[in-house]
Design a protein around this ligand. Structure first.
Ligand code: PEP
Ligand code: MG
Length: 326
């Protein structure tokens, strides 16, 4: 099997009927970077910047942040990298962060973009480090745990201020700046048109989105088999996101664990996703699946499955049957 995946590394990420899918990898530390070449990933779809903060004993200084971001961009070369601004709080605690509070429901608490907008000093330092590291090249940024559009507006305002600050001091700025939002909080499903208009791209964080849609703690072993992401209600929500992206010509991708399992990745492609980001080890198996996949046929099958009046349950068996047939 390892041989098979090694052989797929240099093959194009195209389906049997010629549909190209961007297979990107998730990363978070410098040690992940060699995987870019080894896995054959088309780029980094999610760089979890909070990992640098989590492995440190004190807040990483601005210089250390900038150095890491520069190393990542250097390692990626011409491949795109999407940096997520720090997603701390919830289950990701920094022992040295004195402002942290004990919360009854940390997953629903003071975390990610909520925390960084309340403590804009963190975010401004990070944005400045990212802008400096990406001088002369493209910078793609995305915001975690967005709940309402105004959070994007506020973050963009901070970003604009940092850009103005750096240009005043004649710093080399990024050639292109793209700002995206993660779609992890269900409230965004009812503001999809506003969301798509407010950003350059959207990345679905299916780990959190599924946890919040089903009110199921993503870390609970007791619940891990209870609800299936390959069930029509969740897949319909994902389909609405893809369709809204098409309407607004806003790029939509998905970077949760779902992207890294061949059967789920197949379902995502059947819904219309053309870019997915996963752990590097998953790229080979997903690409091996993709090379055999008739996408046009799958899209028809998927549309039928989701339109069925009995589709409140998992459609995993039907997807398995499709996979077995092809
Ligand atoms: C997600 O929620 O799907 C995601 C990619 O972010 P994280 O797993 O880091 O919360
Ligand atoms: Mg998340």
């Amino acid at each position: 099997r390892q041989e098979l995946y090694r052989e797929t590394r240099d093959r194009p990420s195209d389906s049997r009927d010629g549909v190209h899918i961007d297979l990107l990898m998730n990363a978070g530390l410098a040690v992940d970077l060699p995987q870019l070449d080894e896995s054959g990933a088309a780029g980094i779809g999610l760089f979890r910047t909070e990992l640098q903060f989590m492995v440190a004993a004190t807040f990483p200084r601005a210089e250390a942040q900038e150095r890491l971001y520069r190393d990542v961009l250097d390692a990626a070369g011409t491949k795109p990298v999407t940096f997520r601004t720090i997603d701390i709080g919830g289950d990701k605690v920094l022992p040295y962060f004195k402002g942290a509070v004990n919360e009854e429901n940390p997953a629903l608490g003071w975390r990610a973009i909520r925390l960084t907008l309340d403590r804009p000093g963190f975010l401004r330092t990070q944005l400045r480090a990212l802008l400096k590291a990406a001088g002369g090249r493209e910078l793609r940024l995305m915001l975690p745990m967005v709940t309402e559009i105004d959070e994007i507006v506020q973050a963009r305002d901070l970003l604009d201020r940092e850009v103005r600050h750096l240009s005043r001091f004649a710093h080399h700025l990024p050639t292109k700046l793209k700002l995206g939002a993660m779609l992890e909080v269900p409230s965004l499903l009812w503001q999809l048109d506003e969301l798509m208009a407010a950003v350059d791209f959207v990345s679905v964080g299916s780990n959190d989105l599924f946890q919040f849609i089903t009110a199921t703690d993503r870390g609970s072993a007791l619940l891990s088999d209870r609800f299936d992401p390959l069930s029509a209600p969740f897949l319909r929500a994902l389909k609405q996101i893809v369709d809204a992206g098409h309407r607004h010509k806003t790029a939509v991708t998905l970077c949760g664990e779902l992207a890294g399992r061949p059967l789920s990745a197949m379902a995502l492609i059947g819904l219309g996703f053309r870019s997915i980001s996963m752990s590097p080890a998953a790229i080979g198996p997903v690409k091996a699946m993709l090379c055999e996949l008739p996408v046009a046929e799958l899209e028809i099958c998927m549309a039928d499955l989701l339109a069925s009046p009995n589709a409140q349950h998992s459609v995993r068996p039907q997807l398995q049957a499709f996979a077995a047939k092809h």
